[in-house]
Design a protein around this ligand. Structure first.
Ligand SMILES: [Zn+2]
Length: 94
């Protein structure tokens, strides 16, 4: 279940110089803003991170994410590239 207007999203956003921020830990996204301000594409971005957490496993994902972050930076982090790609993906039809 996602959290909105959450201190964790606000806190990490502040560290990154942004008031509009979200951090996804496991299957929960902590948004800094109220739900009404979170667009569909932003949800898709964070949902992709949930998939990454689930598919890779918590420890492996976290270690690899941090490694990529140091090596490539945020923009070129392969997990972020995948999440940005997911933003524009069509919703899956069940
Ligand atoms: Zn992201």
């Amino acid at each position: 279940m996602d959290k909105y207007n959450h201190w964790l999203g606000k806190f990490v956003g502040k560290l990154n110089g942004s008031t509009r921020y979200a951090i996804t830990i496991g299957q929960t996204a902590y948004f800094s803003v109220p739900e009404a301000e979170v667009s569909a594409w932003w949800h898709r971005h964070e949902d992709e991170h949930k998939r990454q957490w689930r598919d890779e496993g918590r420890i492996k994902f976290l270690c690899t994410y941090i490694y990529y972050q140091c090596k490539y930076g945020y923009t070129n982090n392969p997990y972020e590239i995948a999440a940005r790609k997911a933003e524009t993906a069509q919703p899956e039809m069940a």
